[in-house]
Design a protein around this ligand. Structure first.
Ligand code: HEM
Length: 85
């Protein structure tokens, strides 16, 4: 279970690393990742933490699929945060 959780979080980091690889301009949207080589970034705590945050939201969204109001509140708030970033 612990390993599955770890892989789940790693999937978040890997998704972002793939996006940065195929569309390098997206990496610059993240001030904390700007100018960092992808191999170095992959080994960093920052990308792991970011992947974890993203996957936590995916987890919350899936868990609350039946609760429309809760989903709405979470996703609207997250969307607004992205707009302001
Ligand atoms: C399923 C898709 C995504 C999810 C669930 C997600 C989720 C999150 C979460 C949870 C945070 C942490 C801050 C917060 O709680 O508001 C965050 C931050 C951020 N996200 Fe996303 N995100 C997604 C996609 C993207 C994409 C595609 C981009 C840009 C190309 C992006 C750009 C950012 C930026 C710039 C931050 C601020 C990072 C920082 O400085 O800490 N996100 N995202």
């Amino acid at each position: 279970m612990k390993l599955r959780r770890q892989l789940y979080f790693q999937a978040g980091a890997q998704t972002f690393l793939k996006m940065f690889g195929s569309n390098p301009e997206t990496q610059n949207v993240f001030t904390k990742f700007q100018g960092i080589d992808l191999v170095q970034l992959e080994a960093s705590m920052e990308i792991t933490q970011h992947g974890r945050r993203v996957m936590n939201i995916v987890d919350v969204a899936v868990t609350n699929l039946e609760d429309y109001q809760k989903m709405w509140d979470i996703l609207i708030k997250l969307g607004r945060n992205h707009f302001c970033n």
